[in-house]
Write a protein that binds this ligand. Structure first.
Ligand SMILES: Cc1cc2nc3c(=O)[nH]c(=O)nc-3n(C[C@H](O)[C@H](O)[C@H](O)COP(=O)(O)OP(=O)(O)OC[C@H]3O[C@@H](n4cnc5c(N)ncnc54)[C@H](O)[C@@H]3O)c2cc1C
Length: 411
């Protein structure tokens, strides 16, 4: 394709992707480097077209994650900081908490493990019995014990993105919509849309395409995004559910299981499912079909299936449910509550997780990944709970890799 690249745009920091990670990197950079020029390029015409605008909207508390992980390090703090941001800006936030309920003796073991992780991660979390659960969320049902997390809450992701955009514009950050990253020209220049962008440091926050861009910089050699689709059912009035209700997760995979989330505007969301998606932006039917992606993703999924036992077990369990009928989702939800008397259900927006797989070890990667070279930083596997963790996680990236002082040094 012959591109008519007419204009050269120079900046100190060039960010690719205006999801929550790209916007909060810009937010932290603009606070730290007052006089530096920051540009963001975004391939879509508006905010929130991908994961950041298509998620459960939950500010997680931080008890699920392995204590050594970035997820554990930044989720509790991220919850606190985004709560403060919503309160200060007057954005919607429902401080409703959440319960995790068990179905069997076997699930109790995982419940106790989650309680331990929560304690290690310094998260406020309580083990409650059935009668205590009744006082907290009368409609939830459990086997013997449940977990009660008072600090989990629900926000409006789109409102937060819009508020950040307006903060950034006031700070002089330029956001170029309809401007896809196309290719690297040299270590300080890339083509984005019809422009040539010159920069000192590029930060790749491209979500579902972050691995592709990292590969353009000869990074992420053994890392590939294998997208997983999440479908939701939504309804607008359910007075009998006041708090988020989650099942005990299958700790072998990074997903939390179909749950009930209270919405900020009233009603509940049920989901998300977790089935492989065969190309990256496959939201509905043949949306955004790309043959090369399809072939690549089928190949990786097939190899994972044969080489990774836990993945195979999950796939065998999950694949038959690929069509995810309403009946199946409602069946899963009804395992969590005594009375699921919900009417007027509609399909909600589908979300796709940018899940990374290590194709050398044929393992699913569980934590956020940071890779860098001399002039670029690449944020990969920014899966859940990266919305919650976004503020402190991106501040860590800025502080750890971009030194302070009158002129920054890149470490
Ligand atoms: C179903 C689902 C439920 C979730 N629930 C929660 C939750 O309850 N709580 C929570 O904390 N997290 C949740 N998450 C995770 C959270 O949504 C993501 O971790 C987070 O939104 C990732 O943000 P991001 O900025 O990395 O990616 P994105 O939001 O995908 O942003 C990346 C941006 O990069 C742009 N881009 C891509 N390629 C290019 C290119 N070539 N050039 C320019 N721009 C490009 C895209 O258009 C996009 O706008 C959920 C995710 C899913 C899918």
């Amino acid at each position: 394709m012959l591109l008519k690249t007419t204009q050269k745009i120079s900046s100190d920091f060039l960010i690719v992707g205006a999801g929550i990670i790209g916007l909060s990197i810009a937010y932290n950079l603009s606070k730290k480097f007052l006089n530096k020029k920051i540009c963001i390029i975004e391939k879509e015409s508006d905010l929130g077209q991908h994961a950041s605008g298509r998620n459960s909207g939950v500010l997680h508390a931080g008890f699920y994650y392995h204590p050594e992980s970035f997820k554990a390090k930044f989720t509790k703090l991220g919850n606190l900081e985004l709560t403060k941001y919503c309160d200060e800006k007057g954005l919607k936030i429902k401080k409703c908490g959440k319960v995790v309920v068990a179905k069997s003796e076997k699930e109790l073991e995982i419940l106790f493990e989650l309680k331990k992780r929560g304690d290690t991660n310094g998260v406020e979390i309580y083990l409650v019995n059935e009668s205590e659960l009744k006082d907290i969320e009368p409609n939830a049902k459990t086997y013997k014990y449940a977990l009660w997390s008072p600090t989990t809450s629900v926000i409006s992701p789109i409102q937060i993105l819009q508020s950040l955009k307006s903060d950034l514009e006031k700070q002089g950050v330029a956001i170029y919509f309809n401007t896809p990253y196309r290719k690297k020209l040299d270590s300080n220049t890339v083509i984005g849309g019809n422009y040539i962008f010159e920069y000192e440091i590029l930060i790749n926050c491209a979500g579902l395409y972050a691995d592709k861009i990292a590969k353009d910089f000869n990074l992420a050699d053994n890392l590939h995004i294998v997208p997983f689709k999440g479908r939701y059912l939504e309804c607008y009035s359910t007075p009998q559910i006041k708090r988020n209700i989650y099942p005990v997760p299958d700790m072998r995979n990074p997903f939390l299981g179909i749950h009930l989330t209270v919405k900020t505007e009233g009603g509940v969301k049920i989901g998300p499912t977790a089935t492989p998606s065969f190309w990256r932006e496959n939201y509905e039917w043949l949306d955004n079909f790309r043959l090369t992606e399809f072939i690549e993703i089928v190949k990786i999924n097939t190899k994972l299936f044969f080489r990774n036992k836990p993945f195979r077990e999950i796939a065998i369990e999950e694949l038959p449910k690929h069509l995810y009928t309403k009946k199946y989702i409602l069946g899963k939800a009804s395992e969590l509550v005594k009375n699921l008397n919900i009417s007027n259900l509609k399909w909600g927006k589908v979300g796709i997780r940018a899940q990374l797989v290590d194709t050398q070890k044929y393992e699913i990667v569980h934590d956020f990944v940071i890779q860098k070279d001399k002039t670029s930083i690449h944020l990969l596997n920014t899966i859940s709970p990266s919305f919650t963790a976004s503020f402190p996680f991106t501040r860590y990236v800025v502080d750890r890799y971009i030194g302070s002082g009158s002129s920054y040094e890149f470490r």
